[in-house]
Ligand binder design. Structure first.
Ligand SMILES: [Zn+2]
Length: 119
């Protein structure tokens, strides 16, 4: 059994409240997923759309193998490793949602014809 504190209270007596919260949360998320029309939930779809829009400002350079340098004007560049599904900003690893750098790299790969990412 885990020991933790919530609102200054500690111990096992909070466990039923946490279980109840988690069950309710899972039900709400499941309802959102069932109502979703597309491939993603509305929140994720909004994030993907925003990343697609921001990716148009990025400049991509192929480095070697599956590494791409993605530069954003007036910001530090990121290196995206497409095979390992990692980006320098770490958003891809943290959320599982491709960041603007990765979306730009995918667009570059598809335009360049070296490799089709979406097959
Ligand atoms: Zn990134």
């Amino acid at each position: 059994m885990y020991s933790f504190k919530i609102n200054g209270c500690s111990g096992r007596r909070n466990w039923p409240r946490i279980e109840e919260y988690l069950v309710k949360r899972i039900v709400v998320v499941q309802q959102i997923i069932e109502r979703s029309v597309g491939q993603f939930t509305p929140t994720v779809q909004a994030m993907v759309d925003a990343n697609k829009k921001e990716a148009t400002d990025c400049v991509v350079e192929w480095i070697v193998g599956s590494l791409y340098k993605v530069s954003v004007p007036n910001k530090v560049h990121c290196v995206a490793n497409m095979d390992r599904k990692e980006c320098g900003c770490r958003m891809w690893e943290l959320t599982g949602i491709p960041c603007k750098h990765v979306v730009a790299a995918i667009n570059y790969m598809n335009e360049d014809g070296k490799r089709s990412w979406c097959t």
